[in-house]
Design a binder for this molecule. Structure first.
Ligand code: SPD
Length: 279
């Protein structure tokens, strides 16, 4: 019998992204959320949290390169990095490509996401057990309150502003992230789709503008996310998102699939519909 099974992530019950399923590899439910791994024809293995696509083997590089290299290449010498969420390990893998990084703290609320990713997504989770990585299983809303003046970069690799991720999209949380940065510290957060999540994108950017003096959204494709076009936002207390170390930027380019030095500049171009929405 030939199976014709499709997974659809519906967005506001108006549109959806559908992937043809080869096999369901894992279904589970943690204290915080439903966790599934499906194998798909088009994008390989896919991690779903509460039925929403978090990452896929085939297109994860767009997201993980953007959330990591854009902020880290702006910093003169990032040594201590905090990743909030990111239990699949993709952001850890990219951050560890920066030779100055001595310590990466992963603050993930749900240990089950790490365990399932280790088992089913080895190409993404491959660096979780690197000796430079320290794992804290804790709500980052609490963790960050104890971390004043601690990090060169904080990367908010969260879920959408739903369920366990809600607290990571508040002014108070962003203010605590700002306090956790030392010196020229930089922050980058995933900030939803400017196409399908305009309300969230606008709200997050307005909160970030209350807290940071430099707030620059940037854009790249993530084909399996709603709208296909995603945003992250670079924030700092003064440092601009510009490549700080050209030779390192060239090195990182060699192992990247999306990022290169031209892309670094291009992703900060703000389309007119986004400019108009922000007015
Ligand atoms: N709509 C999906 C948003 C998910 C953002 N986080 C993805 C985690 C990948 N490390």
């Amino acid at each position: 019998m030939v199976l014709d099974v499709w997974f659809t992530e519906k967005h506001e019950d108006k549109q959806g992204i559908s992937l043809k399923v080869k096999e369901i590899l894992y279904n589970g439910e943690s204290e915080f959320q439903k966790i599934d791994i499906i194998d798909t024809e088009a994008y390989g293995r896919v991690l779903l949290l509460d039925g929403l696509v978090m990452t896929t083997e085939k297109d994860e590089f767009f997201y993980h390169e953007m959330i990591s290299h854009v902020p880290l290449l702006a910093h003169p010498c990032p040594e201590k990095v905090l990743i909030i969420g990111g239990g699949d390990g993709g952001t850890i893998r990219e951050v560890l490509k920066h030779p100055s990084v001595k310590e990466v703290t992963l603050c993930e609320i749900d240990k089950a996401v790490i365990d399932v990713s280790r088992e089913y997504l080895p190409s993404i989770a491959c660096c979780i057990d690197d000796s430079r990585v320290k794992i804290h299983i804790e709500d980052a809303v609490e963790h960050i309150k104890r971390k004043k003046n601690s990090f060169d970069a904080v990367l908010i690799d969260s879920t959408d502003p739903l369920g366990p991720g809600v607290g990571l999209f508040t002014e108070e949380f962003y203010a605590n992230v700002r306090e956790s940065l030392r010196g020229n510290g930089v922050m980058a957060a995933q900030t939803e789709s400017p196409v399908t999540c305009q309300k969230e994108f606008k709200l997050i950017n307005s909160l970030l503008n209350k807290v940071f003096s430099v707030v620059k959204p940037y854009f790249a494709p993530v084909p399996t996310y709603p709208g296909g076009n995603w945003s992250w936002t670079f924030c700092s207390k003064g440092l601009q998102p510009e490549i700080n170390n050209e030779s390192l930027a060239i090195e990182i380019e060699k192992t990247s699939k999306y990022y290169n030095r031209e892309i670094y500049k291009a992703v900060f171009a703000v389309p007119n519909y986004v400019k108009n929405m922000m007015d």
